[in-house]
Design a binder for this molecule. Structure first.
Ligand code: SF4
Length: 298
């Protein structure tokens, strides 16, 4: 058993994000989750793409790789397949993951590699002066745009579902404790987990601010991103009604925004499928109990 303190997961380098940026909350939640799960820093790797969020690995005392724009998922999946015992977390913004990286986002869902992908969603390209990101709504105009956005909002949860992610959740960057619990569950999920995090960017997004998410004088029932989902992701329902409820909840946006676990499925990981084809693939895997039944015809 490792005897580590929370501080052991923090790098000496201090974050240089703008004051009030939601990235701070996500970083804290990730540090706390790794600490509470007692993940060995020498067996943990955090990967990032390009963007403000991509600095995350610099601030963690675990292995880290700052990759190319939109390419975080192929690199992170490759690391996990090369060393199945690693705890792998990939992070990136909505522009990185759903713009230039959209093809990789979809392809990853088809594989189900055992790792967690955290999407920091602030609806803008913060690192390059706030251009509209893929999740900004049609007709919305932030202070960094000369005209309203002429493109429609892409829904990350629906895309993840269609691509085949086997654990899908949403959190809010300023709800650090709730986010920490979601990150822990996503890391422990057996397969590819996707965590969509709503994250204010106070520098460029003046529409969906922390005041918008939690209006002045809010009570917990007035705060938007706090409607809890069932921790089991719609238990005791038929497959069809689960799918319909998933879509309904994923599209809910306005006075109340659901957060929590939306979807969970037990399916064979890509590692298990590789073992079926490649006998030399690491024999020690799986390390966390039996896999879901493997049906390569399915
Ligand atoms: Fe955060 Fe926005 Fe500043 Fe980037 S530009 S560090 S996302 S507040």
């Amino acid at each position: 058993m490792l005897e580590l303190k929370l501080a052991d997961y923090k790098a000496e380098k201090q974050p240089d994000w703008c004051p009030g940026c939601g990235d701070y909350g996500i970083l804290s939640a990730l540090q706390m989750a790794l600490f509470e799960l007692k993940r060995d820093p020498s067996q943990t790797a955090v990967f990032s793409g390009i963007g403000c969020s991509a600095k995350t690995p610099h601030y963690l005392n675990v292995y880290g790789v700052h990759t190319l724009h939109g390419r975080v998922l192929p690199v992170a999946q490759g690391a996990k397949l090369a060393n199945p015992h690693l705890t792998v977390v990939a992070v990136g913004g909505d522009g990185d993951g759903l713009g230039i990286g959209a093809g990789h986002f979809v392809a990853a869902g088809r594989r189900n590699v055992d790792m967690l992908y955290i999407l920091y969603d602030n609806e803008v390209y913060g690192l390059t002066k706030g251009q509209a990101g893929p999740t900004l709504g049609l007709g919305e105009k932030t202070k960094s745009l000369p005209k309203p956005n002429p493109q429609s909002r892409l829904n990350p949860l629906l895309l993840a579902f269609a691509a085949g992610y086997t654990w899908i959740a949403r959190g809010y960057a300023y709800d650090v404790k709730g986010l920490k619990e979601l990150i822990k569950e996503g890391i422990e999920h057996r397969g590819l987990a996707f965590l969509h995090v709503l994250q204010p960017c106070p520098t460029y997004n003046d529409l969906h601010t922390k005041e918008w998410f939690a209006p002045p004088g809010f009570t917990s029932s007035r705060k938007r991103a706090t409607t809890p989902m069932s921790p089991q992701g719609f238990p005791r329902r038929s497959w069809t009604s689960k799918m319909m409820l998933f879509q309904e909840k994923a599209l809910e946006w306005g006075e109340r925004i659901p957060v929590g676990v939306f979807w969970k499925a037990e399916l064979p990981t890509f590692e298990a499928r590789l073992k079926a084809y490649l006998p030399r693939y690491p024999e020690a895997y799986p390390a966390r109990g039996p896999e879901a039944p493997l049906d390569l015809e399915g």
